[in-house]
Design a protein around this ligand. Sequence first.
Ligand SMILES: Cc1cc2nc3c(=O)[nH]c(=O)nc-3n(C[C@H](O)[C@H](O)[C@H](O)COP(=O)(O)OP(=O)(O)OC[C@H]3O[C@@H](n4cnc5c(N)ncnc54)[C@H](O)[C@@H]3O)c2cc1C
Length: 403
Amino acid sequence: MIGEPASKYGPPPARGETGNSASTGDGPRHVAIVGGGPVGMALALALELHGAGAQIFEARERGAARSDQRILALSQGSRQILDWLGVWHRIAATPIAAIHVSQQGGLGRTRLKAEDEGVEALGYVATAASVAAALDDALAGKRIPFHEHVRVDRVDQKPAGTESMSLFTANGELPARLVVFAEGRVEADAEAVTHDYGQHAVICTVTTEKPHGNVAFERFTAQGPLALLPHGRALAVVYTCPDDEVAALSTLDDASFLVRLQAHFGARMEFLSASPRQVFPLRLRYRKSPVGNRAVWLGNAAQTLHPVAGQGFNLALRDVWELSRCVGDAQDPGAAALLARYAGRRRADRMGVIGFTDSLIRLFSNDNPALRHGRGLGLLALDLLPPLKSFVAKRMMYGARAW
Ligand SMILES: Cc1cc2nc3c(=O)[nH]c(=O)nc-3n(C[C@H](O)[C@H](O)[C@H](O)COP(=O)(O)OP(=O)(O)OC[C@H]3O[C@@H](n4cnc5c(N)ncnc54)[C@H](O)[C@@H]3O)c2cc1C
């Protein structure tokens, strides 16, 4: 039977059930969020649902994220969390009915279908801009403080016994019991693990001769993976290429770019026109632990992933959901035991997604004939074994909460 899957990200607690005295409205705001990108905004809303007060400090002007041109694949789990946050209905999203996975120059392909999983969509596609706009409008509706043009220059621990941290901005010093870093990048310090893939992503949208039928394509090539996502009537392209090819690719005229893209993708779909291209460097960088003393790192500040499997924001939303459950009820949201509980509950999903994304790139971004053959067999096995296929589909839809 096809329908909406039962939500794995349940309704918020009714007010009064949490026992939280750090009420929102004019109450104290013990959580300081550094960064008003989509992840920081989602956390502020999630904490509000639990009755915990947060405020956002953003270096840029409010609304800057509304012009983010990236196109995001959102999992079923993300849809449920965005629904829980009360913003899903504001996001224009295209459902993904099937995902076609193949490799260039090799045998083997597989197709994951929503109907096989009994769901109306395996995931959805939306612009990062529309997600940010929906979150920002909801924040404004709830009057959650958003301090624009306020860069947090430094965060220090206060003397022992004061049970708070100090944020330093151009406006002075501010106390917070918990500081959440959602500033969009992993600091290159001793906590950071980095791997540079030597690749860039070129993104754009293309129109096609035939309707895409809500099918997403993931194609592995020796130069790197190529993803095409149904977005309205167009397909959103994430074209990975080696660093030394990016300058040429991004400056090609549209007709020559389409010829390159077509050669890369094959004849399954004919491309007609392309939008202007944008370029992003690709590397894996993550913090060994997403928590510290009265501090949590979230979203791209905790882990910046290769976009091949479209997992960065999806993983971050699951982190937001769990963090709000762990600290939202507490008198002291920065208490070490709560942060340790949060990190423990998120470890398997976090490390699973980091490992899965990294292995995909290492396994599929090369032209080794033995590996190509092995990959072909793997895709064939996936196609012939429905339980294995269902495992992969569920993992993509919900992360580690699939079961
Ligand atoms: C090409 C590409 C495709 C992608 N596709 C997908 C996909 O399909 N699905 C998916 O789930 N994910 C995808 N991602 C990942 C996704 O885009 C990120 O996970 C997400 O945008 C991270 O949001 P964020 O809020 O953590 O960071 P950001 O959006 O970078 O926001 C950080 C904010 O912090 C502010 N800031 C920084 N420093 C300070 C400071 N000191 N004080 C105050 N404010 C500060 C910045 O101004 C910024 O507004 C993709 C990424 C790329 C590059």
